[in-house]
Design a protein around this ligand. Sequence first.
Ligand SMILES: [Zn+2]
Length: 151
Amino acid sequence: MKCPYCGHLDSKVVDSRPAEDGTSIRRRRECLECHKRFTTFEIMESLPVMVVKKDGSRQSFDRSKVLGGMLRACEKRPVSFSTLEKIAEEIEQTLQNEMDREVPSAKIGEMVMDRLKGVDEVAYVRFASVYRQFKDISTFMSELNKLLKEK
Ligand SMILES: [Zn+2]
C-alpha cells in the first residue's frame, strides 16, 4: 500500500475490521517512512469453491442448490426454513475456510447428510436415498439399520 503522504511503499497495519457491508476490510495503516496514518478499504478475496462432480465436471458451489436438495427432503416435515438455511450457510462457510478450492460433490452430500441426521430422520433418509441412489431395497434397509443402531 502506497503511503498517500510520501509515496513510500511499506506500511504496517495497526488496526483492521470488517466494513459494514461485510465484503471489505477497513485497515488503519501506518507508513514506515513518515509514520503518518491512513485508512484503506480492501476487498476480501472470496474465490469460488469448485464442486467436482462424479463425471469429473466442475461447477462453482451453489448454496441454493444445497438448500434446494434439503428442502425437497424436508417436504412436509417439521423443519423450519431457517434451520436449513443455517445448515447451507454453515456448509458454505466450512468450504470457504478450507484451503482446497475443489471439493468432490460426494463430500458435500456427506456434509448435508451429517447435519440432516441430527435435524430430522425422515428427511435424512429421503436425502440419503436420493443422494446415494440406493440400488435396491436391501442397501436401503442396511442404511436404515445403521441409523437405528446409532440411536
Ligand atoms: Zn509516508
